[in-house]
Design a protein around this ligand. Sequence first.
Ligand code: ZN
Ligand code: ZN
Length: 138
Amino acid sequence: MTMPVRDMLKEKGISPSYTRQKIYEFLAASTDHPTADDIYRALIRELPTLSKTTVYNVIKLLCEHDLVKPVNMSSSEMRYEVWHEPHSHFRCTVCGTIYDIPPIIPRYDAKRLEGFIIKDEEVNLSGICPICQQESTT
Ligand SMILES: [Zn+2]
Ligand SMILES: [Zn+2]
């Protein structure tokens, strides 16, 4: 059921330029929630005319059409991922990796939140990942 990126962009009303396709494809293939800078550095060889501004603009466009989602993990730089099944994030404070983890449903008392409209229920965890725990014991 995977649709070619070209058609997916078109369906959202985005003209599927080569650069836009490449940036989306790169994000879809990454599991490590890259920053705009990571995307730029990964694609500059293949797209020598690419500028950072273009990367930012394309990301903004893809986010506006709900194809890409910003991942804000209180690190200095915004990271991105393509929309996929609901999940939460775990940031390792040692190696900085952001992991996708099964979704964590936040618990709150709706009565105490009267008057607020909730639109996002994201739970982000941080701590030490299994790899870093292993490294510290060896
Ligand atoms: Zn780690
Ligand atoms: Zn994620």
